[in-house]
Ligand binder design. Structure first.
Ligand SMILES: [Fe+2]
Ligand SMILES: [Fe+2]
Length: 250
């Protein structure tokens, strides 16, 4: 895995981030605002609003595997904290109340603490994949420009996070090739669909009020999961000569 590439990516990604115009005139109908309030407030808590770090019992095995990996993980979670800040501004803009706890978030944290870091990383990856669909659908259907601009910033970051996971999995020898790869893909898709179902359960009302059809949501989820698996296979099959050497810890 090319650690230097990811450190450089996260450092460059801090640049050129125009803040959405939160003071712009606001005109969303009540039918959209009512379900948007709890949805954005819960996302503000869930997307970087809690402990912005890996919390599995053995998380240090992954984060502390090298100084470069520690830096990458910290840069990744700094972007998650930024998502919570942006979502907080969005919550304030639409006149919603911020939430500091929610049963689904508490259960999510408990699961992450109880599982090993490999499982926690997969859970976070799947949440990032289904959240990509959430933000994309809001950007597509919401008429409020600052909210759409916020979604564009978060989508840009999440694309990098998902690509980072793809690189680290490929470097660990994971792919969708062969019997082992097929079994990995099956479990990955199954948990991905479970994450999507949770998203629809908690936020489907908001997405529907914005104009999203259930079929559109399912199609986007299928496309994101398939794209990840396909690109992982391609990355894992890339000739070794195009992979840069892994820097040694200092
Ligand atoms: Fe995020
Ligand atoms: Fe993320």
């Amino acid at each position: 895995m090319n650690y230097a590439k990811w450190i450089s990516h996260f450092q460059r990604n801090r640049e050129n981030r125009p803040e959405p115009d939160w003071a712009a005139p606001f005109a969303l109908p009540e039918s959209v605002l009512r379900p948007l309030h709890p949805s954005l407030a819960e996302y503000q808590l869930g997307d970087g609003g809690g402990p912005a770090c890996l919390i599995a019992g053995d998380a240090e095995q992954f984060r502390g595997s090298s100084e470069a990996m520690r830096q990458i993980v910290d840069l990744w979670f700094a972007e998650e904290r930024e998502h919570s800040r942006l979502l907080g501004r969005a919550v304030d803009r639409i006149g919603a109340r911020r939430v500091h706890e929610h049963w689904s978030f508490t259960a999510f944290l408990a699961c992450r603490r109880a599982m090993g870091v490999r499982a926690e990383l997969q859970v976070l990856l799947l949440v990032e994949i289904v959240s990509t669909v959430y933000y994309r659908l809001i950007r597509r259907h919401c008429t409020d420009q600052p909210l759409r601009d916020m979604c564009s910033l978060i989508l840009r970051d999440e694309a990098g996070h998902v690509a980072f996971h793809r690189d680290r999995l490929a470097a660990a020898g994971v792919s969708n090739w062969g019997l082992g790869g097929t079994l990995w893909e099956l479990q990955f898709r199954r948990f991905g669909l479970a994450a999507a179902a949770m998203l629809w359960l908690n936020h489907g009302r908001c997405l529907r009020a914005l104009g999203t059809r259930p079929l559109e949501f399912c199609r986007e989820i299928h496309r994101e999961l398939s794209r990840f698996v396909w690109r992982l296979g391609r990355t894992a099959q890339a000739p070794a000569c195009v992979r840069l050497p892994m820097p040694q810890p200092a």
